[in-house]
Design a protein around this ligand. Sequence first.
Ligand code: HGY
Ligand code: MN
Ligand code: MN
Length: 432
Amino acid sequence: MNQQAELALDLAQRAQDHIDSERLQDAIATLACFGGRKDGGVSRETLSDADLAARRYLVDQARALGCLIETDECANLYFRRPGLTDLPPVLTGSHNDTQPVGGKLDGAYGVVGGLELIAALNDAGIQTQRSIDVVAWTNEEGCRFGPGAMGSSAFVVPARLAAYRESVDSQQITFGSALDAAHAQFPDLGRRPMSSALFAYIELHIEQGPVLERAEVPLGVVTGIQGVRWYRVTCSGMAAHAGTTPMDERADAMVAALGMANQLYAYAASQSVSALRLTLGQWRVSPGSVNTIPGEVVFTIDARCIDDAVLQRFEDELRDVTRSWTWRGHIDFECFFQRSPTAFPDAILDLIEQSCQRASRLAQRAAPLRLSSGAFHDAMYLADHCPSGMIFVPSEKGISHNAAEATAPRDLFLGVQALAYTVTALATGVSL
Ligand code: HGY
Ligand code: MN
Ligand code: MN
């Protein structure tokens, strides 16, 4: 190993050893207050008032750490700790938005973990060759404005933003108008161009599933992310009187929608597609009256699998089911989010594994596990842009997208230690 790399790993160890668990816990608890719920969860959907207030808090925190702060056209927030050179920076971070009923950690943990890394580098008096940027991505969840991971995907391919600006929420507000309103609240932030050069991207995140906890392993080296497709299915029938319309003369959109849903769940449950995960999470019934036959039912489909061919076969099945449903109305569907499976590069996996091994060994915990991610993350787009990777910590009972989402403080601490080692090594001379 050359001298530069040796120095880099020495600095990486020092950064790792300066992570402060109490400071980390305080920051997680404070950020969770923005959109905090009585049940202990967080409701901070993208570009909502709670999200904007949280952004102001993060900007203040980053300023207090001496960071330079910028944003871009998609309102992604960047907190830079300058390095000694103007080589492409190392980027870390995650998303700041949550599900309508989310937890304190999904996304927030990666952003706060990045700021804790900067605090530790300041404490250790470490200067890095490359700048370290911590990012808070806009709209990763995609539940208010679909599709998901808009901020990171527009960063990688800016041309995507035009279509994203047209996306509307349930109040018919466009993503574009919400973006413009958000920018107006931060007039003093410098703007950086999107798709700027990056040396590497490392994202720290909770697993949101049961694998690490069941294996009793505190750190996960994420090998990749399964593929995802989102569809919107519209069943159009005819609204009519619930009392006077004979059953055999109806164009009841709910009968069609439920019939389709049952066929799709039966398909997903069949042995041949056991790796497929299917969720029909969002339903809109109109006119939504107790005594009017539903004229229209719109529902969403979230289909996931590590094998893209399984997702393609599911889409073929969806098309067949749509065509085969005979009734007086009609059914359309559109795919509004599609991302093939992602694989992270070996050089990043090996460095992350090294960082996790040191952190878990010093804590006398089990060695890290390699696993793929069931959830999607901004890293799936960054992987198209630069060498990228992810570090996982366990989720208690595998629960996420739920107010009960939780991870033991000692595991959260180890995760940030592993992040500190990985990012500092990359920013001080480890080559890829
Ligand atoms: O849906 C997802 O996988 C991510 O948590 N937004
Ligand atoms: Mn997330
Ligand atoms: Mn999520």
